[in-house]
Design a protein around this ligand. Structure first.
Ligand code: SAM
Ligand code: SF4
Length: 430
């Protein structure tokens, strides 16, 4: 989501006369930080990065420094108080106002702060994505209304707001016209999508998916992230009828303990989660399931953690994200009693990570010898003749090929694989 927002920031500014991207900070007239506040560590990083930009500003007083994203949304004016050399503070829902904010900063000489949540205005003001890659993100829903007890997202990004159906389809049309074959629909909970049509009806996520998949230019379709509570049967059934849907689903579970899941206010039990996975595998046996886990949630006991380990065995997760609980100011979980020592939390994290890494390795090893349809994404940095592509289950494969294949789908036989990167060879069509 943040990558998508960063691209939109540069799209908005590139559309203004005179702006261009540079990867040399010392040459920049404007430096923007897109920030994350999901965990404390990510948040603290912003201020150390800002310190480095300050040094550049001392050398070049005309340099403007902006802070966007969720830290900006949470802290607002406090950023200017702590770092008075910052010129512009904007939130995830006001990034389209960057040109006006920069203009106002220049005209008034005063720092500008806008962290409001103006309805869906953002989509009407960001230019259409221009891309030369074969793959692109399309944001379909902003914000989140689930209010899991540990999470800041509903506070920093606002409540769920779906993008109108026709608007999404127009972006898909524009991307496929540029040669994009792979689309990833994006949102905190994409399956909460309830988009309005031009006739004033409301359509759900399954409807949208079917419509996007039916577009002849779309060759492969992904979406991220889904909430287990909204994995409707209609959505699961699409895996049976829609071959364009990639055989990979990121479905965050967080914990295998019902007690912890209830304290997190996730709205499902471990059994309900397993039942979703069983139904998905009934229609798509080879589907790769990845997830997010939080260990050390306040009050998590050894038995709770064992329940998570048991769920990992039962489901057989592929590559997943694992985090130690981080108390976020203003969230209910930050007030809950937490008496688990940090060393125990860390030991649990390592145990979980080690088991998931083994499972991931097993999946990679089992792919050896198979032929995978791969979207060619990059030329390898090492050699012009080496390409890197992505499989359906989100693994990078390196193989020999020509740069003309960039952005296209090719068949690659997997020769060997370690964890996340595989080696392969092109399957030459007879
Ligand atoms: N909307 C998605 C969902 O419901 O799963 C993902 C949202 S969040 C940006 C990504 C992941 O960060 C979550 O799934 C969760 O595992 C983790 N996370 C969120 N808040 C956290 C916290 N306070 N401490 C540790 N991890 C957290
Ligand atoms: Fe945060 Fe995801 Fe829960 Fe929303 S559903 S509150 S984004 S973890």
């Amino acid at each position: 989501m943040n990558e998508y927002d960063s691209d939109k920031m540069s799209d908005v500014l590139l559309a203004c006369a005179g702006m261009e991207l540079t990867d040399k900070p010392e040459e920049a007239d404007i430096i923007l930080f897109n920030t994350c506040s999901i965990r404390e560590k990510a948040e603290e990083k912003v201020f150390s990065d800002l310190g480095r930009a300050r040094v550049l500003k001392q050398k070049n007083p005309g340099l403007l420094i902006g802070v966007g994203g969720c830290v900006a949304s949470q802290e607002g004016d406090a950023i200017i108080k702590r770092a008075p050399y910052v010129d512009v503070v904007f939130g995830p829902q006001t990034l389209h106002r960057l040109p006006q904010l920069i203009e106002a900063r220049r005209a008034s000489g005063k720092p500008q702060v806008d962290i409001s949540f103006p309805e869906i205005e953002k989509f009407d003001h960001v230019p259409a994505t221009q891309t030369t890659h074969g793959t692109a993100y399309v944001s379909i829903i902003e914000g989140c209304s689930k209010y899991c007890t540990y999470c800041v997202v509903p506070f920093t990004r606002g409540e769920e707001l779906s993008r109108p159906f026709a608007d999404v389809m127009r972006e898909v049309e524009s991307l496929t016209a540029q040669g994009v074959g792979e689309i990833t629909l994006l949102g905190q909970n994409v399956n909460a999508y309830r988009g309005e049509t031009e006739d004033g009806d409301t359509v759900d996520f399954a409807f949208l998916l079917r419509a996007v998949a039916a577009h002849p230019g779309v060759q492969r379709l992904r979406f991220s992230t889904s909430h287990p509570c909204e994995m409707s049967q209609r959505l699961i059934d699409l895996y049976a009828t829609t071959p364009k849907l990639a055989s990979h689903l990121h479905l965050p579970v967080q914990s295998g303990s019902d007690r912890v899941l209830a304290a997190m206010k996730r709205g499902y039990t471990a059994l309900e989660y397993k039942s979703i996975v069983r139904k998905l595998r009934a229609v798509r046996p080879n589907i790769s399931i990845t997830s997010d886990f939080i260990v050390g949630f306040p009050g998590e006991t050894e038995a709770d953690f064992e329940a998570t380990m048991k769920l990992v065995e039962e489901v057989g997760f592929d590559d997943s994200f694992t985090y130690i609980f981080s108390a976020r100011p203003g969230t209910p979980a930050a007030e809950m009693a937490d008496d688990t020592p940090d060393e125990i939390k860390l030991a649990r994290l390592h145990r979980l990570q080690a088991r998931i890494a083994e499972l991931e390795q097993q999946v990679s090893a089992a792919m050896s010898g198979s032929v995978q349809r791969v979207l060619v994404e990059n030329i390898s940095r090492k050699s012009e003749l080496e390409l890197a592509g992505r499989t359906e289950n989100n693994r990078v494969v390196n193989f020999a090929g020509s740069p003309g294949m960039l952005g296209r789908y090719v068949d690659v036989r997997i020769l060997s694989g370690s964890m996340h990167t595989l080696r392969g060879e092109l399957v030459v069509q007879p």
